[in-house]
Design a protein around this ligand. Structure first.
Ligand code: ZN
Length: 323
């Protein structure tokens, strides 16, 4: 009985194998082939869509690269500009140094008698005043640069126009190419300035600090004694010694229109002025508060030009500056 059962099992297995191997195997093969082809087609479409996406991304990347390159270029221009602006102050300093060097060479040649050129340094004492504007306008009109010996005797508001702030003039001196020089903070000739070298130097340093503060760092290194150097009497030499220690040179004048004293008329100023012009290098004393000086200034500049003078702002290295 057991033997029969196992025989029929064997027969069944044999039948199953036959079933797979024979009639249905074709359909299985077909099924797998269709499945394979289907998957292949799906894969193909998927791959081509990926390829499309990839090439789109590639185009985007190259576009971004182009953009980046352009922006990098623009950035580089900005960086270059920034460096240029950063060096602007030193470039201006270099140009100024070169300019003063050429004037010094011109002076040297005149002093040696090798040149028939003439130089006039226009200087204006005791400002800034409201009237300094009018002086600026005339100098601009003639394209002449000058030197302003500044003091704070008049305070922050213009002595001749209290509604105007005169301190704003300080950066303007430089912007217009003029030289700012030191005429002491107090100008107190009869009120203690010349009491001692210390009192004098205190007024010098205070004015230096004021100029520095109002111009954003400009350091004065040329001084004119209030009243002129003889006013210092026996303190003159010790003061000069102290000035030298602080890096200052000083200058008086060899020409003027008399506007520091009492002037009765324009004609009087003109006579004093024209008769004082007699050297090849002139340092001319004016005051920017004086209306008569403002009146004769255009004619004075013409007079100097017609007599062969070139006008420059003063500078420390000039032969006219005592050290
Ligand atoms: Zn003065």
């Amino acid at each position: 009985m057991e033997k029969r059962v196992s025989k029929s099992k064997k027969q069944l297995n044999h039948k199953t194998i036959n079933f797979f191997n024979s009639s249905h195997s074709f359909y299985y093969l077909l099924f797998f082939m269709i499945l394979f082809i289907g998957i292949s087609i799906l894969l193909y479409f998927h791959a081509s869509s990926l390829k499309k996406q990839y090439s789109t991304r590639e185009m985007e990347i190259s576009e971004l690269k182009k953009q980046l390159k352009k922006e990098k270029k623009e950035y580089q221009v900005l960086v270059d500009d920034y460096h240029k602006y950063q060096n602007l102050d030193s470039s201006i300093e270099d140009i100024k140094k070169d300019y003063f060097k050429k004037i010094k060479e011109m002076e040297d040649a005149i002093i040696r008698g090798e040149s028939d050129k003439k130089i006039a340094y226009l200087t204006f004492d005791d400002g800034p005043y409201y009237n300094t504007y009018r002086i600026f306008d005339i100098l601009d009109q003639y394209d002449v640069k000058a030197t302003f010996f500044t003091t704070n005797i008049n305070g922050e508001y213009c002595y001749d126009n209290k509604s105007e702030n005169c301190w704003i003039r300080y950066p303007e001196y430089l912007k217009k190419g003029h030289t700012i020089a030191n005429h002491t903070y107090t100008h107190a000739i009869f009120r203690g300035l010349y009491n001692s070298t210390d009192s004098f130097m205190d007024a010098v340093m205070k004015q230096e600090d004021l100029v520095k503060e109002l111009t954003g760092g400009y350091v004065t290194n040329i001084l004119r004694f209030p009243g002129g150097s003889p006013t210092a009497k026996n303190l003159k030499d010790p003061i000069i010694e102290r000035l030298r220690e602080r890096g200052y040179g000083w200058v008086d004048w060899n020409a003027k229109d008399g506007d520091g004293g009492r002037l009765d008329s324009r004609e009087q100023a003109w006579d004093i002025f024209t008769s004082s012009i007699d050297e090849n290098i002139e340092v001319i004393l004016f005051h920017d508060y004086n209306g008569i000086t403002t009146e004769i200034l255009p004619d004075a500049i013409d007079y100097l030009k017609n007599n062969g003078y070139q006008m420059f702002p003063l500078f420390y290295e000039s032969n006219m500056i005592h050290k």
